[in-house]
Design a protein around this ligand. Structure first.
Ligand SMILES: [Zn+2]
Ligand SMILES: [Zn+2]
Length: 279
């Protein structure tokens, strides 16, 4: 077993750019020990990036058959990145718990407003419009609501690990440079990770924006705190194109080592295990 793993992948079932098998073939080519597929879950309204509910059975069948086809070369796992919307619709909902999944990612991409759910994982210009329209023009109000929603999701549970735990930082920074250095933000982040640790949650270090924006989620400056709080970490590339299955992994592991991490979580034989980081 090596540290080449990735459990966050979007294929053409949602907003990914290639069929599932192309990601798996690339992972085999790059000598991965295990690989996970995790389409965006269906949500009860239309979006251009969530999987359609009627496609779920075909998705599960397809991963199962690819798993079988390549079983002598790589361990394949069936996952789903499930949106937390509210106390009723989230990873712990029976609809998601009853699916034959190997693992579940809990993520927040939508915030509840008086006008329904609003997507905050958008292009910066649309994010700024959202701040003005739903959050009184104050990005700090949106950021607080995001972490409050994340904490509600963590309380509700039903997932294996938290997806991109502070992704809002990317759009918040584009709206208000320096916001993540403000005292209230830093103390909110500390409380947030202490809460995650108390709840015994696993989180991912998401490397999707590392190459383009020099950002990990959680941001690099929190790695020390995460290590100190002994929060288990899995490194994922949030891959939408097969060429990116390993994107940012080496840099994330290197940065983890420099903060004192010695192990990373991976799936092996169907179980989450701590594997020594060797780069
Ligand atoms: Zn996501
Ligand atoms: Zn994702």
């Amino acid at each position: 077993m090596n540290n080449r793993t990735n459990y966050h992948t979007h294929s053409t079932y949602c907003d990914g750019l290639a069929p599932i098998e192309d990601f798996v073939k690339e992972a085999i080519k790059q000598d991965f020990s295990s690989y996970g597929v995790s389409s965006h879950s269906p949500v009860p309204f239309d979006t251009c990036w969530n999987m359609k509910r009627e496609n779920l059975p075909a998705y599960l069948r397809e991963v199962r058959s690819i798993k079988d086809k390549y079983k002598d070369r790589i361990e394949i796992y069936t996952g789903l990145e499930i949106d937390y919307l509210d106390a009723e619709y989230n990873p712990s909902s029976s609809e998601f718990q009853e699916l034959p999944l190997d693992y579940r990612i809990g993520s927040v991409h939508f915030l509840k407003t008086d006008d329904g759910y609003v997507d905050i994982d958008t292009a910066p210009a649309q994010f700024r419009e959202t701040v003005v329209r739903y959050f009184g023009g104050d990005v700090r109000v949106l950021v607080k609501k995001y972490f409050e929603t994340m904490m509600q999701m963590i309380c509700t549970g039903g997932f294996d690990f938290v997806g991109h735990a502070d992704k809002v930082s990317m759009n918040a920074l584009s709206c208000l440079p320096g916001i993540t250095g403000e005292i209230w933000y830093k103390s909110l982040i500390r409380e947030y990770f202490e809460f995650i640790s108390k709840k015994d949650c696993m989180i991912e270090i998401n490397t999707k924006a590392w190459r383009s924006k020099n950002l990990f989620f959680p941001n690099r400056e929190h790695f020390g705190l995460i290590h100190k709080l002994q929060i288990p970490v899995v490194v994922n590339a949030d891959t939408h194109h097969p060429s990116l299955v390993n994107d940012g992994r080496f840099d994330a592991l290197k940065e983890m080592l420099s903060e004192g991490f010695t192990h990373v979580r991976q799936l092996s034989g169907g179980q989450w295990v701590d594997v020594e980081i060797i780069i």
